[in-house]
Structure formats: C-alpha cells, structure tokens
Design a protein around this ligand. Sequence first.
Ligand SMILES: [Mn+2]
Length: 361
Amino acid sequence: MLRATMNIGLGLYRHMLTRENYRFARQAGCTHIVAHLVDYFHQSKDNTRQDQPTGGVQGWGRAGDPNHLWTVAELSTLKQEMADEGLQLLAIENFDPAHWHDVLLDGPRKAEQLENVKTIIRNVGAAGIPVFGYNFSIAGVAARVRGHFARGGAEAVGMAGVDDTPIPNGMAWNMVYDPAAPAGVVPSATHEQLWSRLKDFLDAILPVAEAAGVTMAAHPDDPPTPFLRQQPRLVYQPALYQKLLDLRPSPSNGLEFCLGSLAEMTEGDVYEATEQYSRQGKLAYVHFRNVRGKVPTYKEAFVDDGDIDMLRILRILKKNHYQGVLIPDHTPQMACDAPWHAGMAYALGYMRAALQLIDQE
Ligand SMILES: [Mn+2]
C-alpha cells in the first residue's frame, strides 16, 4: 500500500496570524501554515475582514509601506510562533504591490523594485521558509462578486461577467499604491508585453531563489479570463502553466496550484492539468477548493459540492507521489457566529477524511 503522505495546511490573512488561529489550525489537523503578509483590507471601503477580499472598482485596500521590506527577524519570529503551536510555516503568499508595482507595470521604478523582490526572497530563505507564492497580474484578483451562491444559501464569491473598467493610475494588483497619482488610467498592455515582464522577473528572481532555497510558486489568474479591466492575464488556461515553467526552467520555478482557478478555465481539464504538472513535480502547494461553472459565470462552492471530483484529484496526486501541502484557499461562509472558521473547519475535516481514505487505497 502506497502512503499518500500529503499534508494539510491553512492559509491565514495578515490580521489572522494569531496564536488562537494557529491552535485552530492544529486542532483541525493542519501541520502547515501559509501566511499572507500583505494587508489586503487596509483602509478598504468595500471589504470586511471577515472573509476573502473582493472589492469594487477601487480594489481591495491600500498597499503597504514601500520602504519596509519584510525582515529576517519578523519572518523568523512568525515561523517560531507557529512552531510553538506545532506548525510549520510553509509559505508566504503574495508580494505587496507597494514593493513591486513597477515590476508588473514596467514602470520607472522597475529596477529598484526587482531588487526589492530579491531582498524579500533572500530574507524568506534566511528565515527557513521554503516557498513563496506569487500572482503575476496587473489587475490582480478583481471583478468578483459576493452572494448567497453556495449550498443552503451560504455566502460565497463568484463572477458575473468580465469587468472592462480601466484601472486608475496608482493602482496595481487590485490595490492602491499611490493615492496621490495623477488622474487617468493605466494603459492597456499586450499579452506579449506581460510575458516579457514575467521573463524579466524570473530572470532576476530565480537565481536568488535557488541560492536562498526558496521555491517561487505561481498562482494562475483568478478569475481566469484572457483580459480583465483592459489588461492581459498570464495563466488563464491550463496549458499556459507549461509556458511559464518552460520560460525559465529551474528547481525554484514552481506552481501554487489552484484547483478552483484551473476548473474555472474554459479549455483543458482540471484532472489532465493535475496529472501534467504533478508528474513533473512542479506543485509547490495546492489550493484545494471547489467551484461550479466556468468563467465568466462561476461560483465558488463547498469542497464536496462543486464540479471537481476531489477524490479523483487526490488519487492523481498520490499516483504521482505528490507529498506536499493542501490548503483550503477559500470556502463559502457558514451561517453561525464564526462564518470563516466554520467554513474552514468544514473543508479541513473533509480533507482529513479524504486523505485517510486515499491512504488506505
Ligand atoms: Mn487560489
């Protein structure tokens, strides 16, 4: 009998990085944490801190301090606080737009900001954190809607058509990095330009990541449409992940493999994609969530209630010897005093049971 040996983790937003939440994760069977250090909700008009951010045309919230790059000391403290509760810090998820907006936009501060991301990855490696998740996207995770879309009327996130509203100056990755930017909008780029910017980023970051012992893990577009807010998207079909891997082959060039976003894509097949990329050993970690429908009208669903056969995914991962971490990523909110925690506990319980089943096969 082949053991699956996959692990379960929990992703926590910045304001959720507390001892109580580490205990919650451990109690639900997690061994790992994925930490978000960007405060997506900072000064937000449209978002509460109770769920994943969605935001209107003004995006999520204000980006962070452009002059403060996350230090080895603060990353090490974070890792130690988790270790004290029996958890490993697997990954930091996402750069702050304040630190790399001109890498995405090909702006005047690009050279300086490529140094920023190198410094961050060196610091992450020095703190002993093995993975850094990123999303190379101009518009970011935008144009999603919230409603009682999931089973039993549970509140969830979805998409109700493509948003073509141009992005105002001073905004990138769905956050405002310069509230004093002159009026006007970010000019549209082409797909070729976006891939060229990615290549510049990978050329700069991968040698540093290799030396630091960090795997860079690329999230696909959420939502995965060819364009959003008049900007091109990068990985909006499953095959484009291969293009990203082949652009700059490296042991540090990996994937933040989001089953939800992959299932929302109009081409390919989430099982074939799981087979293709897990066989290559390129999954740095997995966003283990479910969804109904595809762009431009999908809805996020409870893990056991969407289009994806999650057990079939786990069997593919086991066959290809994936031994990494699965995290729930997003779940619908459950009707109770702790909607986010209940949703996550539900997903984590399902994942534990599914892994116990797969382990016995
Ligand atoms: Mn995801």
